[in-house]
Design a protein around this ligand. Sequence first.
Ligand SMILES: *[C@@H]1O[C@H](CO)[C@@H](O)[C@H](O)[C@H]1NC(C)=O
Ligand SMILES: *[C@@H]1O[C@H](CO)[C@@H](O)[C@H](O)[C@H]1NC(C)=O
Ligand SMILES: *[C@@H]1O[C@H](CO)[C@@H](O)[C@H](O)[C@H]1NC(C)=O
Ligand SMILES: *[C@@H]1O[C@H](CO)[C@@H](O)[C@H](O)[C@H]1NC(C)=O
Ligand SMILES: *[C@@H]1O[C@H](CO)[C@@H](O)[C@H](O)[C@H]1NC(C)=O
Ligand SMILES: *[C@@H]1O[C@H](CO)[C@@H](O)[C@H](O)[C@H]1NC(C)=O
Ligand SMILES: *[C@@H]1O[C@H](CO)[C@@H](O)[C@H](O)[C@H]1NC(C)=O
Ligand SMILES: *[C@@H]1O[C@H](CO)[C@@H](O)[C@H](O)[C@H]1NC(C)=O
Length: 609
Amino acid sequence: MFKGTAAHLCLYWRAVYLLAAGVALPSESLWLCPPSCRCNAAALEANCSGAQLSAVPDGLPQDAELLNLTHNTIKTLVNQQFHKLTQLLHLDLSDNLLALIEAEAFLGLQNLLTLRLSRNHLRIISVGVFAGLTNLQLLDISSNKILVLLDFTFTDLGSLQVFLADNNDFVFISNQAFAGLSGLQRLDLDGSNLTVVPTEALTQLIVLKSLHIHQLDLNLLPNYSFYPLLHLKELVVAHFPRLETLSGNSLFGLNLTSLSIKHCNLKEVPYTALHHLVYLVSIDLSFNPITHIHGNLLGDLLRLQEFHLVGGSLASIETGAFKGLGYLSVLNVSRNLLTTLEAGSFHSVVTLKSLGLDNNPLACDCRLLWVARRRLYVNFGGCLPTCMTSTQLQGWNFLEFSEDELPSLLTCRQARIVDQRPQDVRVSQGHSVVFYCSSEGDPQPSVSWLNPQLRQVSPVGRIRALSNGSLEVRYAQPHDSGTYICVASNAAGNESLRVSLHVQALPSSPKKRYRLKGWPAFPSSPPGVDGDEKLPFDVKTLLIAATIGFVSFFGSVSVCFVFMFFWSKGKGQIKHTATIAYVPRSAMSNSNTGTSNYMETSRFTMKLL
Ligand SMILES: *[C@@H]1O[C@H](CO)[C@@H](O)[C@H](O)[C@H]1NC(C)=O
Ligand SMILES: *[C@@H]1O[C@H](CO)[C@@H](O)[C@H](O)[C@H]1NC(C)=O
Ligand SMILES: *[C@@H]1O[C@H](CO)[C@@H](O)[C@H](O)[C@H]1NC(C)=O
Ligand SMILES: *[C@@H]1O[C@H](CO)[C@@H](O)[C@H](O)[C@H]1NC(C)=O
Ligand SMILES: *[C@@H]1O[C@H](CO)[C@@H](O)[C@H](O)[C@H]1NC(C)=O
Ligand SMILES: *[C@@H]1O[C@H](CO)[C@@H](O)[C@H](O)[C@H]1NC(C)=O
Ligand SMILES: *[C@@H]1O[C@H](CO)[C@@H](O)[C@H](O)[C@H]1NC(C)=O
Ligand SMILES: *[C@@H]1O[C@H](CO)[C@@H](O)[C@H](O)[C@H]1NC(C)=O
C-alpha cells in the first residue's frame, strides 16, 4: 500500500516535472539518451560517434535535430529506421560498414536537410531508399563502392542542392538516374570504370551550377558532352589519365566562368573547344603535358582573369599568347620547362597581380627585366623565380637588387650575323644552292629568311630555311632569282643580311622536247638533275588524261541508263534488268574486217528501279 503510494507520488512528481519541462527549456536530465551516446539537450544533438555501435541504438531523443553515428560498425538500416526522429535536420552515418539500406529507411524524416553516408561499403542503392526526404539539401554518398545508379533513385529529392557521389566504382549511370533532382546545383561524380560522359542523365539537372567529374576512362571528350547544362558555371574535369583531345564542340552549350581540366593527358591547350567561353574568368590546365601556349589563340576569352598551368611541360609561352586578355591578373606556370617569359606574351603586364614562375629553368637575361621591375606589384606566391642558366645569378632574388642594378645584371647581347661577306650566286637551272647565315647573341637569336617577295621561307619545301640557319634552294628555277634576306633577332634587337641568287635558264631545244628519258623525281632525285631532262608532259598528265577518258565513258553509260529508265517509265513497261554489251575497240576494229569476235565483248547487267 505504502509502496503503491510512493510509486504514485513518484509518478505524480514526474508528471509535474514533465509539465514544467514542457514550458521550460528542455534539459539534459529529461532527455533520453542511449548509454553509449553523448547528448546535448541545449543544442538538440545526439553524438554517438565512435560508440562501437553495430546497429542504430534504441531510445534516441525524439526532438534531436542532429544525430551523429559516425565511426561505428553499423551494417544495415531497416525500413523506417528513424521514423520517430521527425525533428531531425542532420544525420551523419559516415565511416560505418553499411552495405544494405532497405527501401524507405529514411521515411518520416521529412525535415532532414543533410544526410551523410560516405565511407561505407554500399555497392548498390535500390530505388526507394531515399523516399520521403523531400526537404533534403545535401546528400553525400562519396567513397563507397557503388556500381550503378538506377532510374528514379533520387526522384523524391526535389530540394537537393548538393550531391556528392565521387570516389565510387560506377560502371553505369542510367539515363533517368537523376530524374527529379530539379533543384540540384552541385554534383560531384567520378566513374573510375565509366567510359562515357553520362550526358543523357545530366539532361535532368536543369539548374546545375557546378559539376566535378573525375576519373573517366576516355581519350577524347566528344562533341556536346555537357550540352544540356545551360546554367553550369563551374566545370572540373580531373584525373582522366588518357584524355588527350577535346573535340571542337565538346563544351558547346556551356557558358562557364570557371573551367579546370587537370591531371589529364592534354598536349595542347584546347583552343577550339574554349573559344566560345567568353564569360570565362578562370581556367586551370595544370598537370597536363602541354608544351606551348601559342600566340593569338586565346583572344576570345575577353574576361579571363586567371590562367593556371602548373606542373606541365611548357617550354614556351609565345609572343601574343595572352593578347586580348586585358583583365589577366593571375598567371601560375610554376613547375614547367620555361626558359623565359616575355612581356610581349601579355596584353599588358600592368594588370598582373600574381605570377607563379618558380621551378622553371629560367635564363636570367633582359627578357625577365620586366618581371624584376614589377616585383613590388606582383605576388610570387612565396616562391621567387630562380636562375638556372647563369652561375653569377644562380638562386638570385629580385628583392635584393636595386632598380639601378637590374639592367646591368639582366643583360642581353643583340643578335649579330657573324659572317657578313656578300653571297652572290649564279647557277644554271636545276642546280642546288645553300646560303649561310650564322648568328650569335644572348639569348641565342632566331633566324628567319625572307624570299624576294618578302614572305617568310618555311622550313619545308624545295626552298627551305634549315634549322642551322642556312637557306637551301634545290633544283633552282629562273623564277627563284632575286634577293633573299636573312634576319637574326633576339630580345635585344635584330640584324639582317642580303644575299642574291641568279638562276640561268637553260636554252630550250625543241627536238629534245618529246624525248622520254626518265621521269623527274622531285624532290628525291640527286642534285644536279639536268634541266633538259624536264619533260613537257609527265605521268600525272597521262594518268589524268586516261582518267578523264574513263570518266567520260562511264558518264555516257550512266546517262544512257538514266534515259532508258525514264523512257521505260514513260512507256509504262517496267523492265527490271538491262544488259549492255560493251565491245572494246580491238573487237570493233576486227568487226571492220569482218572477223568479229563476239566473245571479247564485255557485258554489264544492271537492275532497273
Ligand atoms: C562526439 O563524440 C566524439 C567521441 O567522443 C568526440 O570526439 C567528438 O568531439 C564529439 N563531437 C561533438 C560535436 O561533440
Ligand atoms: C560527427 O562526428 C564526427 C566525429 O566527431 C565529426 O567529424 C563530424 O563532423 C560529425 N558530423 C556532424 C554532421 O556534425
Ligand atoms: C573499376 O576499376 C578499378 C581500377 O580502376 C578496378 O580495381 C575495379 O575492379 C573496377 N571495378 C569494376 C566493377 O569493374
Ligand atoms: C565535332 O564537331 C566539329 C564541328 O562540328 C567537327 O568538325 C568534328 O569532326 C566533330 N568531332 C567529332 C569527334 O565528332
Ligand atoms: C553567360 O553568363 C554570364 C555571367 O556568368 C551572363 O551574364 C550571361 O548572360 C550568360 N549568357 C548566356 C547566353 O546565358
Ligand atoms: C601556383 O600554384 C602552386 C600549386 O598549386 C601554388 O603552390 C603556388 O602558390 C601558386 N603560385 C601563385 C603565385 O599563385
Ligand atoms: C646547314 O645544314 C646544311 C644541310 O645539312 C649544310 O649544307 C650546311 O653546310 C649547314 N650550314 C652550316 C653553317 O653549318
Ligand atoms: C628589327 O629591328 C628594328 C629596330 O631596330 C625593328 O623596327 C624591326 O621591326 C625589327 N625586325 C624584326 C624582323 O624583328
